[in-house]
Write a protein that binds this ligand. Structure first.
Ligand SMILES: [Zn+2]
Length: 115
């Protein structure tokens, strides 16, 4: 029971949401139980249902990038709730491409997050 690599261990998302982690869980490849903070941050900022919806709109091979972008932005938002990682969009690092993909979907909802 102590092993975190047990195949039936719920992913971080299901554990947090207190639900059964079923096979094919959309969160499980991206939110391993060893890294609960990643999901907690993303859930706080975007909400689990939005993340789930967003992931279903991307092909499986793109989802990891989407999740990483969300995790990156969520962490930045939590550190700086007003500007988040806006200033980092233009840094031109490897995250930029991913963030653009995310913005194409969620850009129109910015004001929602900012209240
Ligand atoms: Zn799960």
């Amino acid at each position: 029971m102590a092993s975190s690599t047990h195949p039936s261990a719920p992913c971080a998302a299901c554990k947090f949401l207190r639900r059964k982690c079923i096979q094919g869980c959309v969160f499980s490849p991206y939110f391993p139980p060893e890294d609960p903070i990643k999901f907690t941050n993303v859930h706080k900022i975007f909400g689990a249902s939005n993340v789930s919806k967003l992931l279903s709109e991307f092909a499986p091979h793109q989802r990891e990038d989407v999740v990483n972008s969300l995790a990156y932005e969520a962490e930045a938002r939590l550190k700086d709730p007003i500007y988040g990682c806006v200033d980092k969009y233009y840094v031109g690092d490897a995250g930029y491409q991913n963030t653009r993909g995310y913005l194409a979907i969620y850009g129109g909802d910015k004001r929602y997050y900012w209240g």
